[in-house]
Structures are given as C-alpha cells and as structure tokens.
Design a protein around this ligand. Structure first.
Ligand SMILES: CC(=O)c1csc(NC(=O)C2C[NH2+]C2)n1
Length: 130
C-alpha cells in the first residue's frame, strides 16, 4: 500500500506540472477559470458539467485522479463543453473551438512525453483494484 501511495504521489506531481504548463499558456486563458455567469448568463443552461484548469488543479490536490486517463477525461470535458457552447460558423466560435482542440492535443502530448506506459498501467491497476 505504501508503494501504491508513492506511485500516486508521483502521478500527482506529473499532473500538477502538466496542468500548470497548460494554464500558463496564454492561448488557453478562456479555459483557466470557471466561466463567469455574470458575463455569460446562458452558459449553465447549455453546459451541465462545467470544467476548467483551475478546478482540474484542485481535483489533483484532492487526490481525485489515480491515473492519467481520469485526468484526461476532465481535459476532454473542457474541450467537449467548449465545442458544445461554441457551435456557430462565426470567427469567434471557430477560434474557441480551435483553441479547445489545441488544448486537448497539448495535454495528450504532455502525458505521452512525461509518462511511460508501464507507470500508467501501474496506476490503472491501483484504480481497478480500489
Ligand atoms: C469556456 C468557453 O467555452 C467559453 C467562454 S465564453 C464562450 N463563448 C462566447 O462567449 C461566445 C462566442 N459564441 C458565444 N465560450
């Protein structure tokens, strides 16, 4: 069990580093904090499960993720929400959809670069056992 805790601690360090790199990127500023309902009043009528990089970071600290797949599922949620809320042909909507796709590709690339597959397999085994 102690070895498991060591593995999960290392996972949290990986994920914080990746989340910080994404949140530092100016391209992704619209994904860094929860959407302000004052500014975008109909957002919660359309998006039932909001997600953002600040919330992602707090979930890491709450030990919500015990493998990279669970973290990437929340990245995918950020992207899916952005595509759903910005479906139009307008330049603004296209721009936000493009940035959302770029966020997903960067997140997957960081995970692939930082995490070797048997480390992720070990995390999956811990998750599936719990
Ligand atoms: C986070 C996110 O996906 C978001 C924040 S504002 C926004 N879209 C707009 O403000 C308008 C452009 N067409 C609606 N999307």
């Amino acid at each position: 069990i102690c070895q498991e805790e060591n593995t999960l601690r290392e996972l949290r360090i990986f994920l914080r580093d990746i989340c910080a790199k994404l949140a530092r990127n100016k391209q992704f500023f619209m994904f860094t904090k929860p959407v302000d309902i004052e500014e975008v009043p109909d957002y919660l009528d359309i998006i039932k499960e909001p997600m953002d990089l600040e919330t992602l970071m707090s979930k890491i600290d709450k030990h919500s993720y015990i493998c990279a797949r669970d973290f990437l599922d929340d990245i995918d949620l950020i992207v899916r929400n952005a595509l759903e809320y910005n479906p139009d042909k307008s330049a603004e909507d296209k721009h936000i959809r493009h940035r959302a796709c770029s966020l997903r590709d960067k997140a997957y690339a960081f995970i692939k670069a930082e995490m070797d597959s048997d480390f992720e397999d070990t995390c999956r085994d811990i998750r599936d056992k719990r």
